[in-house]
Each structure stands twice: as structure tokens, then as C-alpha cells.
Design a binder for this molecule. Structure first.
Ligand code: 5GP
Ligand code: MG
Length: 180
């Protein structure tokens, strides 16, 4: 059993991810110098990107977590449930939410609204992957790793039925995997 054999094609390689994490971390380190930002990781999908990005940030910062799940209802609105909130007090802090992927934008938009209630000094978004063609609500990340087409991807934190998060790259599954 080797999970790499379930991958049809690699969309973003390990090398490309590492290089982009370094580039984004450099920009964030410059733009947030002296601001002691709070980086927030939505669980679980963003864990790999979050860890890689934070390791490359060279300024003082703190990090925390949030857990939000979106449920597609019968209507087009979608409901987002937040089951874990950051314990860091966010009032007057500079917050960066570091997400794995922005698809419809609903999850992140609900997370932003929830965190805004604490009156942070600023909130910006970073995402490893962006699928702009899928957007249902207007939300854009300031720091984007890669823009990808509308394909279901796994790896580097992203799952299919909770599996494949541990792949070190982002890829597309073989069709046979879905019929297992
Ligand atoms: P949104 O609210 O933007 O539609 O949903 C974003 C969430 O949906 C992501 O955090 C992720 O958990 C999931 N998601 C969206 N697109 C993909 C994808 O291509 N692959 C995987 N594994 N999850 C996805
Ligand atoms: Mg997610």
C-alpha cells in the first residue's frame, strides 16, 4: 500500500510548495515587521501549509487555531459551524488567517465574520490554493500560493474522506479511488 500510487497527476510539487511558502513568508515578514501578527490556522486542512509558512516567517508572531465546518444545505447559502475558537485575544491585533484552499469562499467568509467580532486591528487572508472560478461569496486572499483550475485536489493537508492529507504535494486522485 502506497498512497502515492492513488495519484493520477501532481498539480503542485513539493519543490514548488516549499519555494512559494518561502516567498510568501518573506513578504509577510516584511509587511508585518513590528506588528506581532496572530496567524490563525483553520483545522484540519491548513495544517501543512500553516506549519511550512510559519517556519519561514522571521519576525515575532504568535499562532492559534480555529475549527469551522461548512455544510451544504438544500439552499445555496450553506451553513458554517465553528466548533473551536482561538484562545488568543484578538482585539487590536493584526490577524492573518492561513487557509488551505478557497473554493466557494463560504467557510472563510464565516470565519472572518466571527473573528471580526473581537475587533482586531486588521484581518488578511493567506491561502495555498485558490479556485476563483468556484466563488459564491466575494472574498479574496491577499497572499495566494497557487491559482488552480476547478478540480478536486488532495495532499499537503487536503483530504478525501480524511485520507491523503500527509502527501507532500497537491495532486488529483485516480478515478478508480472514488469507486473503491
Ligand atoms: P469553501 O467554503 O471555500 O467552499 O470551502 C473551502 C473548504 O472546502 C476547504 O477548506 C476544504 O476543506 C474544502 N475544499 C474545497 N475544495 C477542495 C478540494 O479541491 N479538495 C479538498 N480536499 N477539499 C476542498
Ligand atoms: Mg478547510
Amino acid at each position: 500500500m502506497n498512497i502515492n500510487h492513488d495519484i493520477e497527476k501532481i498539480l503542485v510539487s513539493e519543490e514548488e510548495i516549499n519555494k512559494r511558502c518561502k516567498e510568501l513568508a518573506k513578504v509577510i515578514s516584511e509587511e508585518y515587521d513590528g506588528k506581532m501578527p496572530v496567524l490563525i490556522c483553520p483545522l484540519k486542512g491548513a495544517v501543512s501549509f500553516f506549519a511550512h509558512l510559519c517556519e519561514q516567517i522571521t519576525i515575532p508572531m504568535v499562532y492559534d487555531f480555529i475549527k469551522a465546518s461548512s455544510y451544504e444545505g438544500t439552499s445555496s447559502t450553506g451553513i458554517v459551524n465553528i466548533s473551536y475558537m482561538p484562545t488568543t485575544k484578538l482585539e487590536n491585533r493584526h490577524v492573518i488567517i492561513v487557509e488551505d484552499i478557497i473554493d466557494t469562499g463560504r467557510t472563510l467568509s464565516a470565519v472572518v465574520e466571527e473573528l471580526k467580532k473581537q475587533n482586531p486591528a486588521s484581518i488578511e487572508l493567506a491561502c495555498l490554493l485558490d479556485k476563483p472560478s468556484m466563488r459564491k461569496v466575494s472574498i479574496e486572499a491577499k497572499y495566494v500560493g497557487f491559482v488552480i483550475p476547478n478540480e478536486f485536489v488532495v495532499g499537503f493537508g487536503l483530504d478525501y474522506n480524511e485520507e491523503y492529507r500527509n502527501l507532500p504535494y497537491v495532486g488529483v486522485l485516480k478515478p478508480a479511488v472514488y469507486s473503491k
